[in-house]
Design a protein around this ligand. Structure first.
Ligand SMILES: [Fe+2]
Length: 230
């Protein structure tokens, strides 16, 4: 069995490679990954709204993973469900930020997620059928690593465009990731789930699938901005 450190090292390297392939694919992805100064108010606001919609849609997937982990890996059920439960209610943080940006909750409630988000959700749902809880935890790994790497400059950009109040939720979310060591907690769960070379290969494949849908999401966010400007 691989240690948590080995899993972290291997998957982080792989994730870095995968993400480098989508980084320069669009103006929006360059903005998020490299140069947040390019991100407009409307892109940041729509991105925060997408967090709300995605977090809510993931609740079902988290619950499915929790059930399977409780059945098959009770030794990690407590840390996993503690993590999943806390993430599942963080839509509130982003709703408050949106309110401070001048976007009412009623407006967010009427939005539909981008197609890429729906596609990501159904990809993970199908992958649960094939691999059990692994895809959900790999998604969490993706999200936590991404938070470690990229969220500080995005929050700073939001603060400069909208003011402090509009990034309070995002900052609190980021602080939780850091203080509770979310990336490490998720990797520890992965180290138990990845108990064979096949599972390791599956994790890599799933990281690639997730990265593809995140790339498509940035494309769509870019199209949303272009349509707004025309
Ligand atoms: Fe987190």
């Amino acid at each position: 069995m691989l240690s948590t450190e080995q899993i972290d090292h291997f998957l982080s390297l792989n994730l870095g490679e995968q993400v480098s392939r989508i980084r320069d694919a669009s103006e929006t992805s360059i903005g998020f990954a490299v140069d947040p100064g390019r991100l407009s108010r409307s892109v940041l606001a729509r991105h925060a709204a997408e967090h709300v919609l995605r977090i809510r849609r993931f609740r079902q997937l988290d619950a499915a993973a929790t059930k399977l982990i409780e059945q098959h890996h009770p030794e990690i059920a407590t840390p996993w469900s503690r993590y999943a439960r806390s993430e599942a209610v963080h839509d509130r943080y982003f709703l408050r930020d949106l309110e401070a940006m001048g976007i009412a909750r009623e407006h967010v409630e009427q939005l539909q997620p981008f197609q890429a988000t729906e596609a990501l959700i159904s990809y993970i749902r199908h992958a649960i059928g094939e691999f059990g809880p692994l895809p959900v935890v790999v998604y969490s790994f993706w999200a936590e690593k991404n938070s470690d790497e990229g969220s500080a400059p995005i929050i700073a950009r939001g603060r400069s465009l909208f003011g402090d109040d509009a990034v309070r939720g995002a900052s609190a979310h980021r602080a939780l990731d850091e203080n509770l060591n979310h990336a490490e907690a998720v990797t520890e769960v992965l180290a138990v789930l990845i108990d064979s070379p096949d599972k390791l290969l599956a994790a890599v494949e799933i990281l690639g699938g997730i990265t593809k849908f995140i790339g498509l999401y940035f494309d769509e966010l870019g199209e949303f901005e272009n349509a707004r400007l025309q």
